[in-house]
Write a protein that binds this ligand. Sequence first.
Ligand code: FAD
Length: 421
Amino acid sequence: MHNIQCDVAIIGGGPAGLAAAVSAKKQGAQKVLIIERDTALGGILQQCIHPGFGLTYYNEELTGPEYYGRFIKQAESLGIESLLDTMVLEVQPTGKIICVNSKYGITYVDAKSVVLAMGCRERTRANIQIPGTRPAGIYTAGAAQRLINRQNEMVGREIVILGSGDIGMIMARRLTLEGAHVVAVVEIMNYLAGLTRNRVQCLDDYDIPLLLSHTVTRIVGNERVEGVYVAQVDENKRPIGETEEFYPCDTLLLSVGLIPENELSRATDIEISAVTNGPVVNQFMQTSNPAVFACGNVVHVNDLVDNVTLESEIAGREAARYAMGSFPQVKRRISLETGNNVRYLCPHLLDIADMDEQITLYFRVLAPEHNVTITAKSGDAVLYKKKAVKVNPGEMEHVTFKTGEIPASSDCVRVDVTKEV
Ligand SMILES: Cc1cc2nc3c(=O)[nH]c(=O)nc-3n(C[C@H](O)[C@H](O)[C@H](O)COP(=O)(O)OP(=O)(O)OC[C@H]3O[C@@H](n4cnc5c(N)ncnc54)[C@H](O)[C@@H]3O)c2cc1C
C-alpha cells in the first residue's frame, strides 16, 4: 500500500485540472498533485487537433494540443507533480482519495483540499435508444475523432451524423477532409445544438446539409451499417411517418450530448444539480463539502475551453486558500434564481464574504430567441442589463456584477432573458 500527502489534489489532468493546478500553486500551495487515469495530461483536447481554442483566453487561435501544452509547460516549471495512469476509485468525505495504478497498486492520497476535474463523457446509442439492428459502423463523434486523429484509423466512407453538437460538426469537416462523404447532419431540434461558428466553418463551407427537425428512426444493416431511415419530427419531436426516407451509408456518428462524469462526486455525497448533472458550487467553485472544489465539464458542459480555464483558475486558487487556512469567512448566502428563458446558472449560489467581489454567472437559455434583454436583478437593484441580437441554447451566455451591489435587504439574484417588445 502506497501513501501520498499533499496540499491540493486534483482529479483529472485535462484543461480544467491543469488550470486549477497552476492556479493553486501560484496561490502558494506547497504540494499540488494531479491524478490522471490516462498516460498523458491534456484530457480530451489531446484528440482535438483542429483550431479554435484560446480565442478569448489568449486572444490567439490555437489547436487543442497547443492550448493545453502551454499549461503543461507552466505546471512543469512550477514543480506540480502528476500521478499518471492512475484511476481514482473513491473520494472520501474527509478528502482521502483512493486510487490504483500498475506501479503502486492501491494508493491513498491524503489532501487538505480536493478539486474534481473529471470532465464529461458522450451520450451513446443506448442513451437515446435508436431502434434497428446492431451492426458495426456506429460511433460516438468523440470515439471517431480519437480513432482518426490519434490512431490513424478511418471509420467509414458514407457518413450520416445524428446531432448538431460541436463535436459532430467538427467531425463532419474532419471526415470530409479525410476523403469521406458526409451525407447529412440530422438534428431533432428546430435549432442548431452547437456554436454558429462551427456551422459556418464546418458545414456551410463544405456544403454539408443540415436537416433541422429531423431524426434517425431506424438503423439498417447486419455486419455493417447499410443505411439509416431519417424522418421529419413534429412539434413534440415525434417522427412523421410519411416523411421517412432511406439514406444509404456505412457509418452513423452520434453527437447527441455530453454527460458530466460524476460517479465519484455522487459517491462522495456532495450535492448534485438535477439540471446540470454536476456538483452544486458557489462562486469559489466550492461544493457542499467545504474541502471539495469542482471545475470544468464535470460541473456543467462548456462549449469553449477558454471558459473552462477561467472557472478552473478560481477552483484552484480557492482550493489552495482552503488548504492553507486562508479561505474567506462567509457572511451570508445569496440564492440564484433562473428567470424567464434561463435553463441554469453556474455557479449555483453565492457565499458572500466581506469583500466586493466581481461575479460572473454562466448560463444557457431554454429556447432560441431574437432581440432580447438579459438582466440580473436583486430586489429593486439592476445588477446587469444588456441587449442581445440572438440567444441560442448551444451558446453559453453570462452576466457580471459586483457582490457589493446586492442590496443588504435581498438574499436572491434573478437572471431573466426577455423578448423586447
Ligand atoms: C469528444 C470531445 C470533443 C470536444 N471538442 C471540443 C472542442 O473542439 N473545442 C472545445 O472548446 N471543447 C471541446 N470539447 C469540450 C471539452 O470537453 C472541454 O473544452 C474541455 O476539454 C473540458 O476540460 P475538462 O478538463 O473539464 O475535461 P476533459 O478534457 O475531459 O478532462 C478530464 C480528465 O479527467 C480524467 N479523469 C476522469 N475520471 C477520472 C478518474 N476517475 N481518475 C483519474 N482521472 C480521471 C480524464 O481521463 C481526463 O483526462 C470536447 C469534448 C469532447 C468529449
